[in-house]
Design a protein around this ligand. Structure first.
Ligand SMILES: [Zn+2]
Length: 130
């Protein structure tokens, strides 16, 4: 028995997984041309749409598209992105932080900053009132 631990066993994709991949590609991949029905930068059919097995994924898909479905991501890559996922304290949406960001979007960050400023001012007013 070799002590080699396979990183990720290659297996056939399930119907559900293929359907999810198709949905992600056609709806979320910025490189997929819905009119051309293919990958625009590669100028050929989308690699992910033809895929029947796990294993190497389209890099762009893996980095920019797959994160939208953490369950599928961990099924395909063995990486559990829900560990990296954060919940936005403003809108409650789950997101994958790119930097050490605390909110899902700039809008939520601005909202949170304004809110804390309002609260600080209110506190100051209360303290002065006492
Ligand atoms: Zn948010």
């Amino acid at each position: 028995m070799g002590g080699d631990r396979e990183k990720m066993r290659i297996r056939e994709l399930t119907r559900t997984e293929r359907a999810k991949i198709r949905k992600l590609v056609t709806e979320s991949c910025a490189n997929y041309g819905s009119r051309e029905k293919q990958c625009i930068p590669l100028d050929c059919p989308c690699y992910m749409l033809d895929k029947c097995w796990t294993g190497s994924l389209c890099r762009y898909f893996q980095e920019a598209v797959l994160g939208a479905d953490p369950a599928l991501e961990s099924a395909l890559t063995g990486e559990d992105s829900s560990m990296r996922q954060k919940k936005c304290p403003v809108c409650g949406k789950a997101y994958l932080p790119v930097t050490s960001q605390a909110y899902c979007s700039a809008a939520c960050r601005t909202y949170a900053r304004r809110k804390s400023e309002r609260e600080r001012k209110r506190r100051e007013r209360l303290e002065r009132g006492n």
